[in-house]
Design a protein around this ligand. Structure first.
Ligand SMILES: Cc1ncc(COP(=O)(O)O)c(C=O)c1O
Length: 407
């Protein structure tokens, strides 16, 4: 279905996700990773139920970091014992919820996190596995958004990791079954991804030897990048496979037999390219020689992380523009009452008028749910999922308040 027809039928703004693009991304990622690798889909990048379901059907497992993510994964068909629960600052409530719903795999980010899990699984008599998240002593390279090798809330520092506390080792309900490293995110260059992952594998081998862990699962992370809100293809990471396999052969010689199971995590690489946001111009005005094009979407629907200082540079494409005059100095803004609500500043764009539409490509990941959805209490865009040219489902996220007593 064409985008114009979608706007006519479902209104604007609208997110359209193409599952065909997820098929290709999943296949490309599988072809880039050591044979037999497990892929965890990081729901944080896009928790749309149809996207999760599709990725589960392709063979991905769910990586979740909240009760709601776990619930949506289970509802989409994930097996609880195959989900991986990650994240710093897990609460008693969520750990209990996950354990009671038969989640078996947890990444632990500190000894406090481990102790909480250990206590709760013993209390509720549920057998669980933990993989220790390591913060390497140094970063492999300083690219992307580094989350490790630096002072960070993520993982346990490699340098202080000499033993596993006694009370955790002695708890029969909890098994330390492997390691987890997630170094950086959104790497666009395969050499950077390769050196990060090789570095992580070697650290894991050292730590397993040091702590006497016989790993069942090694989650080596990812960092597989994808363009955000601008046109362009996903990077090609296929060159990393042979060299990762070589390092694994060297340090974990039984890995090809699944001992240990090798796993990676990915969000944006799998879903980023699948999403397009359609928006409509509501006003065009001039102020002090600058053109302002006001559209019906903004940081409440896209790139809301700009409010946290991560201002995305988005690109818009006009869906249809019969006029050919260019604005030399146009700013595209959203409807929110803050000057922070802009999509593009001082760019050259074709002349527009109310009713015209723009498309923003590559917004299948960290878009709607990573934005300031609640700000100004505006309606969320409709979300349309398409597969093989047909609409699979149409939905809208509604934020609602429930009343009652909560603990
Ligand atoms: C631990 C962990 N795993 C997976 C991801 C997903 O990252 P991406 O969507 O870039 O693949 C992140 C993102 O920050 C993360 O922190």
């Amino acid at each position: 279905m064409q985008y114009l027809k979608i706007v006519e039928q479902y209104g604007s703004p609208a997110y359209v996700y193409q599952l065909d693009s997820i098929d290709l991304a999943f296949q490309d990622l599988m072809n880039s990773l050591p044979t037999g690798s497990r892929i965890y889909y990081s729901l944080k990048s896009n928790p749309h139920p149809s996207i999760i379901k599709h990725l589960l059907n392709l063979g991905a497992k769910a990586e979740v970091s909240s009760i709601n993510e776990l619930q949506v994964a289970l509802k989409a068909g994930a097996r609880a014992d195959e989900c991986l629960y990650t994240g710093p600052g897990k609460t008693e409530k969520e750990v209990r919820f996950a354990i009671m719903h038969d989640v078996k795999w947890f990444s632990i980010e500190s000894w406090t996190d481990a102790e909480r899990l250990s206590r709760l699984c013993e209390l509720h008599q549920r057998q669980v596995n933990a993989i220790i998240r390591i913060n390497p002593s140094k970063p492999a390279n300083q690219v992307g958004l580094s989350m490790s090798g630096i002072a960070s809330q993520f993982g346990i520092d490699e340098e202080g990791l000499d033993c596993i506390p006694d009370h955790i080792c002695k708890n029969h309900w909890l098994t330390i079954s492997g390691l987890h490293i997630y170094q950086s995110t959104n790497l666009m260059n395969s050499k950077d991804v390769e050196s990060n992952l090789k570095y992580s594998i070697r650290i894991m081998a050292r730590i397993c030897a040091r702590l006497g862990i016989r790993p069942e699962l090694l989650d080596i992370g990812g960092g597989f990048g994808c363009p955000f809100a601008k046109a362009g293809p996903r990077p090609d990471f296929s060159s990393i496979k042979p060299s990762l396999e070589q390092v694994l052969d060297e340090v974990f010689p039984q890995w090809r037999k699944g001992d240990p199971q090798i796993a990676f995590e990915s969000g944006r690489y799998l879903t980023g390219e699948s999403g397009t946001l359609i928006t409509t111009v509501t006003d065009v005005k001039t102020s002090k020689n600058q053109t302002f094009i006001i559209v019906d979407t903004g940081i409440h629907h896209l790139g809301g992380m700009s409010a946290l200082g991560r201002i995305p540079k988005v690109a818009v494409q006009m869906l249809e523009y019969p006029k050919h005059r260019l604005y030399k100095n146009a700013t595209v803004v959203g409807p929110l009452c803050t000057p922070l609500d802009y999509l593009l500043r001082e760019v050259s764009l074709p002349e527009a008028q109310p009713g015209d539409h723009y498309l923003i490509p590559n917004v299948g990941a960290y878009a709607l749910t990573a934005s300031l959805m609640g700000f100004l209490s505006r309606e969320n865009p409709v979300e349309i999922v398409m597969y093989k040219g047909r609409i699979l489902d149409v939905s809208r996220i509604v934020l609602s308040r429930t009343e009652g007593n909560y603990n």
